[in-house]
Design a protein. Sequence first.
Length: 344
Amino acid sequence: MTFVWRIFIGVRFFVASIFFNVISYLSVAQSPEILLREFASGQIKKGVRSIGMGGNGATWGNYSLTWRDSSTALLNAGLTAYTNNNNFSFTAVGVNLPRFKSGWVFYAIALSQYASNISLSVKSPAFGVNSTPVRGDGSNQAVFFKGAKLFRKGFSFGFLLSYERSQFSANAESNPSDFVRYQTEWLPSGGLGLTWQPNQRWLIGFRGLFNHDKETKIDNLGIYEGLNLAHEYRLGVSVGLWKGALIDIGGNMRYRYNEINDTRQTTFSPNLGLEQNFWNRQFALRGGLDESSATGGFSIRKLPVVLDVAYVNNLGEARVGTLFGSTSNSVIATLVYNYGYKIK
């Protein structure tokens, strides 16, 4: 374990140094109403278990494994708190239907996110050429629909359909009459996933995610409209080390395009995670590296109820940068009830 831990620490500092300049660029290149999604819907799509061990959405957070959680209902909540008092929270409820005779399992979840009195600096024509300190409120509402099926020889396929809208309104701290408003209109978005589990020890997966929005920005001087695209591709492998333990390794490539700001960005990041189960999977501990953010978590399983909790230091740092602050701590929890547990 000491050797593995040293690798983890080394990779974390290496990634942090690579992304320092990219992070500074992203802070001014993208829009706050879209970036706040990183604290809510971005986590919903991977799941709390996956987040706790490095956030590798290609393996245990893959849409293709939704069939494993048939006949369940869940309550999901999270809080991201920055040291400068910028706080972001969300709640979500979902239900996973029983497996159909065809083998398909379908899942739906609704999410609400709200953030108030957020302090940050943004650029807008009405503010001049420099980034201007502003204070404002943001929100995000989303509905996700997933489907997955287990095929022969250990292959699973899944898909995601998403509907999401976001808003952020702010006023300049130096002159409150100067304002900027951001909002998005939904465009077709979703994702797909494929995993292969030839035996209990190995899991190999791919996941693609395609988010599309029509963004509108309004300030004292005018109205600006354009597309905002966020595409993501993940590869990963999970390997059982010994009884109850696994290591999860992967990476992701992200493409971002914002038409209003005329910015494009392609970045690569690693994912690394460890999990150890105890007492016939009644308790589990996790740790990992999600891009440049350290993660940890645990699970308590007493069927028909499972509680998953994850912690992330500087959640979404490689994507959000320092737009909302330099340091944050996040806690995300999911309470799952298996309503089909006693059905024979």
